[in-house]
Design a protein around this ligand. Structure first.
Ligand SMILES: NC(=O)c1ccc[n+]([C@@H]2O[C@H](COP(=O)([O-])OP(=O)(O)OC[C@H]3O[C@@H](n4cnc5c(N)ncnc54)[C@H](OP(=O)(O)O)[C@@H]3O)[C@@H](O)[C@H]2O)c1
Length: 326
């Protein structure tokens, strides 16, 4: 990328509203050095959570169009069936499987992981499901719903499948975070959002911050295996999730929101292109690595990171040592 293009790209990143909108993606696509579209990935097995709506539905279809065998990890068999049919209609000959998985349920995640292990090695695991509940609620297993869906369930799924990812291609674990995490620091003393007044956007952003830190820690843990881990954010995309959780934001920004396909662009690219396999533990937006902090107050100490890992592992009911700990 030329110096001028690099400066323009960074300005788009830091100015938030233009950069996160469809205008930012359109501008970046015209800059010199925009990374090439991914190649075909015929036969690679890609499992994705949250494929029944918005960004996940677009990503699942676009990955099938690239030749991937897509596994839809969905909590609703009806919605999964409808998504499967719409992919096969759009991509004749596509191979699309469904595995039931409620990411907020540890029992369901364990069943889904067992089902996935019966298929061949996974080439990519995409943690895309995400929620911003309007009020604090707990699952039947006693976990706060946002934390269970955004953090604990994905952590358990990764823990159960990490050794089932292909080492040669190599396997990839991708986590869809949010630019909202830039505004929040970890709160390792309150992972399940009990102590402060429950503010949905702040809760969501703290979960999304936790995802980014856990991505870095999983990357460190899995580096010797060859599996790479990346997190990303999609910018602002017009999806059912945004319409439901942020109607005022959607009304104000609708003309500049990205389509779900545009929101899925970097997820698909990270799952299929070669460049992302040359590094691990990064945070991406619009096909480029991005900083994980824009504000000094959001930086966490190494002990906070270790405490996050221990707290999430305990909540997820899985024993995985803190990466790097003696
Ligand atoms: N859209 C944006 O502008 C934006 C911005 C930043 C980050 N993101 C992130 O991008 C991802 C996709 O967002 P979206 O806007 O496409 O949202 P969406 O339209 O609400 O789709 C969310 C998906 O997650 C699934 N899901 C929710 N809870 C689940 C659970 N417990 N178990 C299994 N699946 C579950 C939903 O399944 P059901 O069909 O069963 O409900 C749906 O398929 C999320 O992680 C979100 O945080 C989006």
């Amino acid at each position: 990328m030329s110096l001028l293009a690099s400066v323009a790209d960074t300005v788009l990143d830091r100015t938030i509203a233009p950069g996160y909108s469809r205008l930012g993606l359109a501008a970046r696509r015209r800059l010199a050095g925009w990374p090439a579209d991914p190649p075909r990935i015929d036969g690679r097995i890609v499992a994705i959570t949250g494929p029944t709506s918005g960004i996940g539905a677009a990503a699942a279809r676009d990955l099938a169009a690239l030749g991937a065998r897509v596994v839809l990890l969905a909590r609703s068999p009806e919605r999964a069936g409808a998504t499967r049919r719409s992919i096969v209609d759009a991509v004749p000959g596509a191979t699309v499987d469904v595995v039931e998985c409620d990411v907020s349920s540890l029992a369901s995640v364990r069943e889904a992981a067992a089902a996935l292990r019966e298929a061949g090695p996974l080439d990519a695991l995409l943690h895309n499901a995400g929620v911003m509940p309007p009020a604090r609620e707990e699952t039947d297993e006693g976990l706060e719903v946002a934390f269970a869906t955004n953090v604990a369930g994905p952590f358990l799924l990764t823990a159960l499948l990490a050794d089932h990812l292909a080492a040669d291609v190599p396997g990839r674990i991708l986590t869809m975070s949010s630019g909202g995490m830039y505004g929040q620091a970890l709160d390792v003393a309150d992972l399940q959002h009990e102590r402060r007044p429950y503010k949905p956007a702040a809760v969501y952003a703290r979960d999304k911050r936790a995802q980014v830190v856990l991505n870095e820690l999983w990357a460190a843990r899995l580096r010797p295996t060859g599996v790479v881990c990346h997190a990303l954010h999609p910018g602002w995309a017009d999806t059912p999730g945004v319409a439901d959780a942020l109607p005022g934001f959607r009304k104000a920004t609708r003309p500049i929101l990205r389509s779900p396909e545009e929101g899925a662009d970097t997820l698909v690219w990270l799952a299929a292109a070669d460049e992302p396999t040359r590094s691990t533990g990064r945070f991406w937006h619009d096909r480029r690595p991005r900083p994980t902090h824009l504000l000094p107050r959001t930086r966490e100490a190494p002990e906070d990171r270790a405490q996050l890992w221990r707290g999430v592992a305990a909540a997820a009911g899985v024993d995985v040592p803190v990466p790097g700990a003696a």
